[in-house]
Design a protein around this ligand. Structure first.
Ligand code: CIR
Length: 257
């Protein structure tokens, strides 16, 4: 597995914010936490490939939003937040050797945080950042490869994967206030605690899950259910409305057909 990451920008405190109040961000601490996160990815067998630092782009650490990589091809997104569009260039360069690249075109807008992929099923969050036109473009690209694409309404949070993510082959972690569990037929659902609304974002790699220590109640619940957790401190990216999925682009080093 390859994991593309990018160093924290010194300007991360000027990040986009939609639902949260602006809070001071400790850049040195964010950098340390990001390095610990990269160590967790390495422990799970990922080879880290760092994108160049983009000091002037506050949200550039959140590489997940720039692309979605499948075995057969990669989709370069089209972020609706103007400050995030320049993040794409270096990710295009980095993915070019690995996959045929396809681009989401206007009027489509898409952030990778709105794309949940499990096997050949793809859910696309209709959020403030991603729209139906983008979902239709994703479907046109992936249906010929046997994928099923479903657009789902997201309310009250930034991205679909703020509301739901995979924690086991057959199990999703989900905040029912933000997305309807009925969209995920056939999966077992673990609900986040009402006191930890942001706790639904987990990064499953193999059979392990990288998870924020910041959501202890939910972490204990997941551990109780036998899920192997690698806990990482995410206090600073959480202040920027980020989580564990958004700080990497993880994909197989082998290309499929
Ligand atoms: C933004 O609003 O775009 C950033 N401050 C946070 C992006 C987090 N990305 C993600 O969850 N995929």
């Amino acid at each position: 597995m390859i994991a593309i990451t990018r160093p924290v920008s010194p300007k991360m405190a000027d990040c986009q914010l939609t639902y949260q109040e602006r809070q001071p961000i400790d850049i040195a601490l964010a950098t340390q936490q990001h390095s610990d996160y990269e160590d967790a990815l390495k422990r799970l067998g990922c080879q880290i490939v760092q994108a160049p630092m983009e000091p002037e782009l506050p949200d550039s650490v959140f590489v997940e939003d720039c692309a979605v990589v499948f075995d057969e091809l990669a989709i370069i997104t089209n972020p609706s937040a103007a400050s995030r569009k320049p993040e794409l260039d270096t990710i295009v360069e980095m993915l070019h050797p690995h996959r045929p690249l396809h681009f989401i075109l206007p009027p489509g807008t898409l952030d990778g945080g709105d794309v949940l992929v499990i096997g050949k099923q793809i859910w696309i969050g209709l959020s403030g950042r991603s729209n139906q036109a983008a979902a239709e473009q994703v479907e046109a690209l992936l249906q010929p490869h046997g994928y099923q694409v479903q657009a789902v309404e997201v309310k009250g949070c930034l991205h679909l994967k703020s509301a739901v993510s995979q924690v086991k082959t057959d199990t999703l972690l989900l905040n029912p206030a933000w997305v309807d569990a009925a969209h995920f037929e056939g999966f077992k659902i673990i609900e986040t605690f009402p006191d930890e609304p942001h706790a639904a974002n987990a990064l499953m790699i193999g059979e392990s899950v990288i998870y924020p220590v910041d959501y202890l109640l939910t972490a204990m619940l997941l551990a109780d259910k036998g899920i192997e957790l690698l806990l990482v401190d995410c206090s600073e990216v959480i202040k920027a409305e980020g989580g564990v999925t958004c700080c990497s682009l993880v994909f197989s080093g082998k290309r499929g057909s």
